[in-house]
Design a protein around this ligand. Structure first.
Ligand code: VGL
Ligand code: ZN
Length: 196
């Protein structure tokens, strides 16, 4: 057995408002739940850390178009829309990271949170990132993880883009790749297939 990098799973914003029926729907957003549940199970079975980031906005923020920003009201703290998708696995070992508490568009799960510190304390070297939306919070989280020096696997099949402009999803994938992320699918990453 060769040395394995210590890894963590980081799920971005798999919340009701980004899924069908929500206020800022990411097309087919709920399709990420199934592949992510497999990964959550595998990580927890191996005793590896799992993080769920959530968009966690105050009722009034400049992030929302009503207050001068870009987006419809979504993921307001303690509302149904801000809850994780009901089918996404939960477990007492999963750590929750709340972001977007202020007036800025902070898309990255590292922005204004102690996520980097938590990962460093756990000795994590490699982060697997997926969730919603590919072209905003996933992309910015991946780019920040790389800046913090983590190896990043971006799980292409377990993310979906919001695509304000058609093609934004593919462009985001290219940006992540060019910045140094490994673009993979969750199937080829299943426990047995990791093989390092
Ligand atoms: C997101 C737009 C606004 C995201 C969050 O999770 O990608 N996008 N807030
Ligand atoms: Zn938001």
């Amino acid at each position: 057995m060769t040395e394995e990098k210590k890894r963590a799973l980081l799920l971005v914003d798999v919340q009701n408002d980004f899924c069908p029926g929500g206020t800022l729907v990411v097309g087919h957003g709920d399709e990420v739940v199934e592949p992510l549940n497999k990964l959550i199970t595998e990580f927890l079975e191996r005793g590896e850390p799992v993080f769920k980031a959530r968009d966690w906005h105050p009722p009034q923020t400049k992030h929302f178009s009503d207050y001068g920003g870009t987006w419809p009201i979504h993921c307001v703290q303690n509302t149904h829309g801000a809850e994780f998708h009901p089918n996404l696995l939960d477990d007492k070992h999963i750590r929750v990271i709340s972001k977007g508490l202020g007036d800025e568009d902070s898309y990255s799960a590292f922005d204004g949170t102690d996520l980097a510190l938590q990962l460093q304390r756990l000795g994590v070297e490699e982060v697997w990132v997926a969730g919603l939306a590919t072209d905003y919070c996933v992309k910015n989280t991946v780019l920040d993880a790389l800046k913090h020096g983590f190896h990043v696997k971006a799980l292409k099949d377990a993310m979906r883009p919001v695509e304000v402009q058609p093609g934004d999803g593919e462009r985001a994938i290219d940006e992540m790749r060019q910045a140094g992320a490994e673009i993979v699918t969750s199937q080829e990453q299943e426990a047995g297939a990791v093989g390092r």
